[in-house]
Design a protein around this ligand. Structure first.
Ligand code: ADP
Ligand code: ZN
Length: 625
């Protein structure tokens, strides 16, 4: 409807212009333009009549015949060619005697009142209309044309996707059982709010789901709504942040109004990081006002509504570290559920879920496909099944066979390799030994936290694998012996690489940074170095300006002391490395066994580690470092 109106407006404008131009042209065709001198000569010769004076112009009739001798012959020839009407026009000059001469020549003459409306149209109305049209067009573009024009700014209705029934249940979500269990509770809340309310319990407001893209965050949120049988309102964080200050905030308010009307329901905010970035970190100052306002509004709304009405907010992000801390505070997104990429077993289950409605050939072995897809997220696996099915269909097969899967796998792996998301076998071996190294050292250090889980599933962007240690108790003080053990565990990864491959990788960067940091603090802050004694040395950068470049380190020690600190840090690290080397060499069989187990299972938990260590040859245990 809008479109038509704009069109007709342009048509009218174009038609008007064409009309005016035509009129002008037609008029001109039969009109001869005279120089003022020629006009005066013709007037004096009595060859003019019916003169109209207006707008600094004179127009009238001209008798070309009989002008011989008055005008130059070639001018007369030109005038004759022009046509029969013999009309003339001339631009007047400042000539006070003109009227007297017109009188003298007995010419019929008249003045015409200037017609103002055309001038008005061109000098005022048209430009205004033109700018209005341009403005309208630009605004439409900015507000995302398709979703609704200017009038709909601030109404998030066009963008909140509401599903009465998501049709997704927990059985569609596979391989991420821990996350599922945590969200089970949310379903409970929604289904039996009274049970919790009766005892005065507080229902959680917000749950943040953290995980790499495609790991099933949206799917899980939908499954929660599906299981609880409540509507699912979803909206993406990036859609909140608009060009106009205040619009995002209005959207947030609107969203919460809608949610209150639909309660009980689930509100799902995808890409929370797009609007929840930490405030005031912009180096240019000022930051993004619009985003801040939107974020503030979200915080206000979350604080304002009470969960007893049965609205639970789920949000997803793959970059929790950049979120504004205010979002994570109690009463907001204070519950976190993290989803890792699935392990071998998880991948098999996900493949099974997606192959449910696919006719598979009998020889298809999903477990072996799972084994060949380390690093794949749920979405990649769904894609794999789909590609294989499409391939089988293209070839007119009755069932999807292993060959289809292999072809699809090759294609998808090639795509993912470009995005750096799958590892080649050598890399996996490096990572497996690296993590096994951390774990083995942790197991053989009296003061190190016990290993809870070792994994070589890439997590996030930086960490390719991880060894999770669970502290046995809360710690307020750390003893020197404990810090040394921490150093050892951190160096375990790098030393294992050295020991096994005789080569090292870049994978240890973060470990080395953290180890250096600990060693440096031991020397400069904790007085734990014999050589430097009990003095503390401040080498921490101090903020000099609120923003701007980091200031140079502020040293409160002499050049010589600084050198001594460096040497001492270096020595702590070297000694640690020697200790770790000895430990890993002494437990080499167990290290190998753990690495092999990791390559096979990808995730090794406490129980598996225990049984592996139990079967470790006694001789190795005897000469433990
Ligand atoms: P995210 O929101 O984390 O980026 P999605 O939830 O949109 O990922 O996942 C995209 C698709 O991948 C889902 O619709 C589903 O088909 C598939 N998928 C992802 N994870 C799983 C899983 N754990 N189980 C089953 N399917 C999954
Ligand atoms: Zn490491």
């Amino acid at each position: 409807m809008d479109k038509k109106q704009t069109f007709s407006f342009w048509y009218v404008l174009a038609a008007l212009l064409v009309l005016l131009t035509l009129q002008d042209l037609l008029g001109r065709q039969h009109t001869e333009t005279l120089a003022y001198s020629e006009f005066k000569q013709a007037l004096a010769a009595g060859k003019l009549d019916d003169v109209l004076l207006r707008d600094g112009m004179a127009v009238g009739r001209l008798d070309v015949n009989g002008l011989e001798g008055v005008l130059a012959p070639e001018r007369i020839a030109v005038l004759r060619q022009k046509g029969e009407a013999h009309r003339f026009a001339t631009v007047l000059v400042d000539d006070p005697d003109l009227v007297a001469q017109l009188d003298a020549a007995k010419v019929r003459y008249a003045g015409v009142a200037e017609s103002r409306w055309l001038a008005l149209l061109f000098s005022w109305v048209m430009p205004v209309l033109f700018f209005l049209a341009v403005w309208f067009f630009v605004m439409k573009r900015l507000s995302g044309g398709l979703h609704g024009g200017m009038l709909e700014i601030g109404k998030s209705k066009a963008r909140v996707y509401m599903e009465k029934e998501t049709g997704v249940s927990f059985k569609d979500v596979a391989g991420i059982d821990e996350a599922k269990e945590e969200l089970m509770e949310v379903v409970e809340f929604l289904q039996n709010p009274d049970r919790y309310r009766r005892l005065g319990g507080k229902i959680p407001k917000g749950v943040l789901i953290v995980g790499a893209p495609g790991t099933g965050k949206t799917l899980l949120a939908k499954a929660v709504a599906g299981e609880a049988g409540v509507p699912f309102l979803s909206l993406s964080g990036s859609e909140f942040v608009e060009m106009f200050v205040g619009v995002g905030a209005a959207r947030v308010r609107d969203l919460f109004e809608q949610a209150a009307a639909k309660a009980p329901c689930i509100v799902f905010i995808d890409e929370l990081d797009a609007l929840g970035k930490a405030r005031g970190v912009s180096a240019l100052g000022g930051g993004n006002d619009e985003r801040e306002q939107t974020l503030n509004q979200l915080l206000v709304q979350m604080d304002g509504f009470d969960t007893n009405r049965g609205v639970i907010i789920l949000a997803a992000t793959n970059r929790p570290e950049i979120l504004d801390p205010a979002l994570l505070r109690a009463g907001r997104f204070d519950r976190h559920v993290s989803i890792d990429r699935p392990d071998l077993n998880g991948r098999r289950q996900i493949l099974e879920v997606h192959a449910r409605n696919v006719t598979l050939a009998p020889q298809v072995d999903l477990a072996s496909i799972a084994a060949r897809t380390p690093g794949f997220a749920g979405a990649d696996l769904a894609n794999l099944v789909n590609e294989a099915t499409l391939r089988a269909a293209r070839h007119g097969k009755d069932a999807v066979d292993m060959h289809d899967f292999e072809e699809a796998l090759d294609r998808i792996v090639a795509g993912l390799e470009k995005k750096n998301r799958v590892m080649n076998p050598t890399e996996r071996r490096f990572i497996a030994y690296h993590e096994a190294g951390h774990a083995m050292v942790a197991e053989h250090r009296e003061h190190a936290d016990r290993v809870a889980k070792v994994s070589i599933i890439p997590r996030g962007i930086a960490a390719l694998g991880y060894t999770q240690q669970s502290p046995t108790e809360d710690r307020y003080l750390l003893r020197r012996s404990e810090l040394l053990d921490r150093l050892d565990v951190l160096l375990g990864g790098r030393v294992a690489e050295e020991l096994v491959f005789g080569d090292v990788s870049t994978g240890a960067e973060n470990d080395l940074q953290r180890a250096t940091d600990i060693a440096r603090r031991m020397v400069t802050h904790y007085g734990m170095s014999e050589a430097l004694g009990l003095a503390t040395y401040d080498t921490q950068p101090r903020p000099m300006f609120l923003d701007g470049p980091a200031p140079p380190e502020l040293r409160t020690c002499s050049e010589r002391t600084a050198e001594a600190i460096d040497a001492e840090v270096r020595q702590l690290l070297d000694e640690s490395r020697a200790r770790v080397s000895a430990t890993l060499a002494a437990h080499r069989p167990a290290l190998d066994a753990l690495a092999v187990l990791l390559l096979e299972k990808e995730v090794v938990d406490r129980a598996m580690l225990d049984s592996l260590l139990r079967s470790e040859p006694a001789s190795a245990l005897a000469d433990a470092a």
